[in-house]
Design a protein around this ligand. Structure first.
Ligand code: MG
Length: 162
């Protein structure tokens, strides 16, 4: 077995604003506000993309998909994730597992966790046991705790396949 492993970490935060859809891990979550961004502002998916890129020291999502590029306006972030995984440089690597944490004061995300995991696993062609998504509040502290933003972190482990 190949023992060349790489670990990557990602972080993202987006502002919550009225008149935006709240998209998390590709799920439209019913809520009075949504995340502001050039793309669909799917913070956990952006964190996961940064973790993937970080594992192979490839920079970050902004370098690959600049927010000045009209092509990525309102882009479906799951499609961006798919595009990252299909890059030539990832063809000799497999994902061992990924662990994502979403920090949101509201809404309650527990009812959506299984769908979040399914969407990510499906996009990455993995079984759901390799994808963990956790949600927590910020205990009312700071901008996330005051409901002005949602943030996400991700960590991922890659193994070389040949
Ligand atoms: Mg982002």
């Amino acid at each position: 077995m190949n023992d060349d492993f790489r670990i990557g970490h990602g972080y993202d935060i987006h502002r919550l604003e009225a008149d935006r859809r709240l998209i998390l891990c590709g799920v439209q979550v019913p809520f009075e506000k949504g995340l502001l961004g050039h793309s669909d502002a799917d913070a956990p998916v952006h964190a996961l993309i940064d973790a993937l890129l970080g594992a192979l020291a490839l920079g970050d999502i902004g370098r690959l998909f600049p927010d000045t590029d009209a092509a990525y306006k309102d882009a479906d972030s799951l499609k961006l994730l798919q595009r990252v995984m299909s890059l030539e440089v990832f063809q000799n690597w497999e994902i061992v597992n990924a662990d994502i944490t979403i920090i949101a004061q509201a809404p309650k995300l527990a009812p959506y966790i299984d769908q979040f995991r399914f969407n990510l696993a499906n996009t990455l062609h993995l079984t759901t046991d390799r994808i963990s998504v956790k949600a927590k509040t910020a205990e009312g502290l700071g901008d996330v705790g005051h409901g002005n933003a949602i943030e996400a972190t991700a960590i991922i482990l890659l193994r070389k396949t040949n």
